[in-house]
Design a protein around this ligand. Structure first.
Ligand code: ADP
Length: 528
């Protein structure tokens, strides 16, 4: 049961703190003891909103203590917590709320105007709870509105967590929907607990009661990579940054709360390291940083390790895999190499952990060797891999494998490396070119801030790569091509390079290549 995690933390780590930057402004501090009591009160109040076992309860919230209480109160009571990504387009948001069948939505103050705009479309939603106290309740046109703190006050801390079926659904999260509508992934008590146990282990995130964790990855994004569960399970202090994700605010919390570990996507770390450089600040308490969601540029690994003495843990996963699939830790054989030689392994997405299996296959579904060269479709199966999407048939093949949509290699030490997404790879003259490899090569240049590579039709080669980049200097196409020619094979070099002010991003902060492909659908190479 998910409730057993908060029960454990409440009893055995009662004085460990949960620190939150609130939407109202001030920093809020509480302990796992407070959190356990409040989660029970919340759970006991849900029935007054008509919530029963299996009903879906949506949240539209930043990372904060109330959101964490919902994680335990809702799932612990037997209802299903649906964390809604507020960065989805309005129409997609209305779609996921309706598709999940959310009956109640808990919202941060930030998203009240957004819900007001959507209200007419949300036919199944019966109540809205605003996650604040009476004093901060806004004037709103929303119907059936409740105040979170009043709801809690009416609850009972004598509430007993029910014993549920371990396979019962506990939470759900929709994929970002870069193609078509987002798809729902449902997690169970069992899959969540096993994932949290496995991700705590030393070969994975290596969590312990010594850690103070700044959880930047949003709680609306795959349960904040499962750390919403793994942190209390390990008695870790938890620091939740609320809406403030800029470099200065993140650094402030890392300093004040003496955080030893933090997790986020590369874009966030780009902002932090930019701030550190400008303001001449350091990271004296930080020991490890977990980076995933998209490939970690080599320059970022070097900067964390060499400039700030922080170890980078590169991880791969997806909403469908709870999300942890692989984690990059350095085996003794690699540690024995000099720093430069280690880099070839560090940029890989890492090794899988017990409880999950991986394989790569070619177009005919033949399993490919672990030689670090052969690349094919990456498939996975295991205790925390979804069997299908909510309301749809199974997504697994006859042997239980789930196709990730990624293309990867696996080397003889078992390190997996993503070379592309199936739909982003560039098929040039019968050979595949990895868009990610080209992007990494381009951002290695000090004047390139961000880069995207897409396939453009070519009369002779079928497809050739077009590089679209954001620069912070005067670097020109020819100079960048010369720079990149040291890093990739000549025939893989971009056919053309365009500089833009900004690249489009999707709801999870990743490059939106679908949009780029649309924007450049008419583009032709100069000599083609
Ligand atoms: P999440 O929601 O966890 O970001 P999504 O389901 O939105 O996951 O996207 C998962 C996809 O993100 C993966 O299939 C992969 O293409 C990409 N991804 C995740 N982590 C990495 C990584 N470390 N390196 C490269 N790509 C990654």
């Amino acid at each position: 049961m998910i409730s057993s995690i908060i029960e454990f933390a409440e009893r055995w780590y009662p004085n460990v703190e949960v620190v939150s930057r609130t939407t109202e402004g001030p920093i809020h501090r509480c302990t796992y003891k407070d959190m356990g009591q409040r989660a029970r009160k919340l759970a006991s109040s849900l029935s007054t909103l008509g919530i029963k076992n299996g009903d879906r309860v949506g949240t539209l919230a930043w990372n904060g203590y109330r959101h964490l209480e919902l994680y335990y109160g809702v799932s612990g009571s037997g209802a299903v917590l649906h964390t809604i990504n507020p960065r989805l387009f309005a129409e997609q948001m209305a779609y996921v709320i309706d598709h999940a069948g959310d009956e109640v939505i808990f919202t941060d103050l930030t998203f009240v105007p957004l819900l007001e705009g959507l209200q007419a479309k949300l036919k199944k939603v019966k109540h809205i709870v605003i996650m604040t106290d009476r004093e901060h309740m806004p004037d709103t046109t929303l119907n059936n509105v409740h105040c979170y703190e009043e709801l809690l006050d009416a609850g009972s801390s004598d509430y007993q967590w029910p014993e549920l079926d371990e396979n019962a659904p506990s939470s759900m999260c929709y994929t970002s929907g870069t193609t078509g509508n987002p798809k729902g992934v449902v997690y169970s008590h069992r899959s969540t607990i096993i994932h949290a146990l496995a991700s705590s282990a030393p070969n994975a995130l290596g969590l312990s009661g010594l850690d103070s964790i700044l959880l930047v990855v949003p709680q609306f994004h795959v349960n904040a990579w499962g750390v919403s569960y793994a942190a209390p399970m390990n008695g870790c202090k938890l620091v939740l940054p609320g809406p403030a994700m800029d470099g200065k605010s993140i650094h402030e919390l890392l300093e004040q709360e003496q955080c030893t570990l933090s997790l986020a996507v590369p874009t966030i770390w780009m902002m932090l390291t930019g701030y550190l450089r400008e303001s001449d600040k350091t990271l004296p308490h930080m020991k490890r940083v977990v980076i995933g969601g998209s490939a970690v540029p080599e320059a970022m690994i070097r900067s964390f390790e060499q400039d700030y003495d922080v170890q980078v843990i590169h991880a791969w996963g997806m909403t469908e895999t709870s999300p942890l699939g692989t984690v990059n830790f350095l085996m003794p054989r690699v540690q024995a190499l000099d720093y430069e030689a280690q880099m070839a392994t560090k940029i890989k997405q890492g090794k899988t952990i017990f409880g999950i299996d991986l394989r790569i296959v070619d177009d005919q579904n033949h399993v490919l060797p672990h030689d670090g060269k052969a690349f094919g479709k990456l498939q996975t199966r295991g205790h925390w891999v979804t069997s299908g999407y909510y309301g749809e048939d199974s997504a697994l093949d006859a042997d239980g494998w789930f196709d990730t949509g990624d293309v990867a290699t696996i080397d003889s030490d078992g390190y997996m490396m993503i070379t592309d997404r199936t739909k982003d790879v560039i098929k040039s003259g019968g050979e595949w070119i990895s868009s990610i490899e080209l992007e990494n090569a381009a951002v290695g240049h000090p004047e390139i801030t961000e880069a995207a590579v897409i396939a453009i039709a070519h009369p002779k080669w079928d497809e050739r790569p077009l590089l679209i980049a954001v620069r912070n200097g005067n670097v020109e196409k020819d100079e960048l091509l010369i720079y990149m020619s040291d890093l990739v094979a000549k025939w893989q070099l971009p056919e053309d390079i365009l500089f833009v002010d900004e690249l489009p991003h999707g709801a999870t902060g990743k490059l939106n290549k679908l949009k780029l492909r649309e924007d450049y659908s008419e583009y032709q190479f100069p000599d083609a």
